[in-house]
Design a protein around this ligand. Structure first.
Ligand SMILES: NC(=O)c1ccc[n+]([C@@H]2O[C@H](COP(=O)([O-])OP(=O)(O)OC[C@H]3O[C@@H](n4cnc5c(N)ncnc54)[C@H](OP(=O)(O)O)[C@@H]3O)[C@@H](O)[C@H]2O)c1
Length: 362
């Protein structure tokens, strides 16, 4: 019998000309158990991959096919790096025994009402959620497990949103431990431009963005809000209220999420050491989430190209708030690396296969 670890899995990537699909291919090209099969696109169908992803040298001569179920057939794994709303229909036409990883939002939310409110279209359904480190907690301060326990053997995985990953990883230890109040969370993020995808929009032009920091989706409208609420509930929060404000800053990759929350009732006297202990316990055994040494703050530069989330936490005693800062590369731990990590778990491969924690610096 061939063991899972020595098998090769053939992967197709839809949306291979986009940022998320391209990043998955960068990781797939060096993954020990993946063989890259069909690549598809939309307006770029018929072009060489090298024309849209000039950094993917080993795949440069592959020709992009139109995105159809027929083109995606005959693979063990299919990755959908498509705009939200486009993956539901195509996924429904793929066989049940194929592992489908949706990098888009279509299958992340459990609530159809939340989907319709924030995305304005029909809900495509809910898949197992691909954030392995998401804590499951009982709401009384006890951690009962993590999302990775639910991914073995999965054949449909909804890969989390990039902002959602940063905010969830930053705050969840305090929520799961019952130390912070999820009823008063404030998150402000600095975001690199690749988070917006490759399609041409005037406000994403270099002339608009270089030398400027630009807030967007202000006032409770960002589509990642219900997904963050869903995660914090899984981490034990009874009710969540979050003010969430992303800001585009002139960098191509990276998210720096600053998330603050009040100390929970009954924990107002918690010390900085109490707070740090909760975060340290949550991430002690995580291969990709690291609580930095005290006093060292995360930077996006330290995560570029890596599947790493760097986290720091402090107590602002005067304000009665816990402050967390988390840095990730939106295209790696925020998308494609996270997808590989969840895929590894689903296929029975080592969770860390094909992934690195070392970033590209300076
Ligand atoms: N960028 C990130 O940091 C990030 C992070 C997390 C999740 N995601 C999610 O990943 C998905 C892809 O994002 P992205 O940033 O890679 O976007 P992108 O750079 O704009 O790429 C979109 C891809 O989808 C293809 N496409 C566009 N419309 C299509 C349609 N109607 N049918 C089939 N294919 C279509 C495009 O093909 P052509 O180029 O040929 O037109 C392109 O390959 C989105 O759902 C996004 O929310 C992105």
């Amino acid at each position: 019998m061939v063991s899972t670890e020595s098998r090769t899995f053939r992967v197709a990537v839809a949306g291979a000309s986009g940022y998320a699909g391209g990043e998955f291919l960068r990781l797939a090209a060096r993954h020990p158990a993946l063989e890259v099969g069909t690549l598809t696109a939309h307006t770029n169908a018929g072009a060489r991959l090298g024309a849209t992803q000039p950094h993917l040298r080993s795949l440069a001569d592959r020709v992009l096919e139109p995105t159809t179920p027929e083109a995606l057939a005959g693979h063990d794994v299919v990755v959908l790096g498509l705009p939200h709303g486009a993956s539901g229909e195509i996924a429904a036409q793929l066989p049940d025994d194929v592992l489908v990883l949706d990098l888009g939002a279509d299958h992340r939310l459990a609530s159809a009402a939340d989907w319709e409110k924030f995305y304005g279209s029909a809900h495509a359904g809910t898949w197992p959620y691909g954030l392995p480190e998401l804590l499951h907690a009982d709401g009384a301060g006890a951690v009962t497990g993590a999302q990775r326990d639910h991914l073995a053997g999965a054949r449909r995985i909804a890969v989390p949103g990039c902002n959602v990953t940063a905010v969830t990883l930053g705050l969840q230890p305090g929520v799961a431990a019952g130390l912070v109040s999820p009823a008063d969370v404030v998150a402000v993020l600095a975001n690199g431009y690749s988070g917006a995808g490759k399609s041409l929009k005037p406000h994403l032009l270099a002339a608009e963005g270089l030398g400027s920091a630009v807030p967007y989706a202000v006032g409770g409208t960002h589509r990642h809000i219900p997904e963050i609420v869903q995660n914090l509930r899984t981490a034990g929060a009874p009710e969540v209220s979050i003010s969430f404000t992303p800001t585009l800053v002139p960098m191509s990759r990276g998210i720096l999420a600053t998330v603050t929350a009040r100390l929970a009732p009954g924990h107002e006297d918690a010390t900085a050491a109490d707070v740090r202990a909760a975060w340290a316990a949550a991430y002690a055994d995580e291969p990709f989430v690291e609580l930095l040494p005290e006093g060292q703050w995360p930077t996006t530069a330290a995560t570029l190209g890596a599947n790493t989330a760097l986290v720091q936490v402090a107590l602002d005693a005067a304000a009665g708030r816990v402050v967390t800062v988390t840095a990730i590369d939106n295209l790696v731990k925020g998308t494609a690396g996270q997808a590989v990590q969840a895929m590894n778990l689903a296929l029975g491969l080592p969770e860390t296969a094909g992934l690195v924690t070392e970033g590209v610096a300076p």
